[in-house]
Ligand binder design. Sequence first.
Ligand code: F6R
Length: 252
Amino acid sequence: MSPGDGRGHALRILRAGTGEQWATYIAETLIARLQVTPSLRVCLPTGLTPVPVYERIAGAVAAGRASFARAEVFLLDEFGGVAPDDTGRCDQMLRRDLLDRIDLPPERFHRFALDGDVDAECGAYEQAIGSGCDLTLLGIGRNGHVGMNEPGSGPESLTRRVELAPETTAASARYFSHDRLPTWGATMGIATIMRSREVWLLATGTGKAPIVRRVVRDAISPLVPATLLRSHPAAMLIADADASALLGHGVG
Ligand code: F6R
């Protein structure tokens, strides 16, 4: 595992070995951040990528090696038009994968309630984040989205309602147990994410290798929103061997 500075931009690239090594590295680094800053304000994604990381963090809390008692968790995004108890909702996924298994006080979990005035809800969320999270974890969509910031999302974008790209709606089928798939959602914006002190972009598996290569090598552009993170002073791409397979030698 060796951090590098890619091609001269700010994004650090960490090739983190096997999926096991990758998950352990991320979980242990997050636990270390929590030990230094027990009141850590952390933004967490859902999706399949972080699941093994959450598994390890839950294990560390159960073993008394980590505590979220004073931390604060902000959910990165949420699907719209989905029932509050739908198991495919992002808040339900995060509860299942992590929150039900750690000691975070319920009132320290921030999530989106999208059944009322969505714009007002997004504005209130942006206010709650305030000067930014301490740490933001992100997965990457195959089209380069982060959160639900689809291609076209600019660096100034804030927490807001968004329409999902057709491929994102199709990909969400893996989270839902029915075929009424969401076409919109609410997400922290690129500017909201950029206010975070640290950002970790997570990727695993060969399916993510092409987009990981584009995130590192394409021009910084809203067309591939994850490239915008290269302008962040403390962003790190943490990819396992499979996801970093197309980066070539000398990168990361
Ligand atoms: C989830 C999220 C999405 C996913 C991305 C990758 O909260 O914001 O951007 O991180 O679609 O999904 P997985 O990890 O399932 O490949």
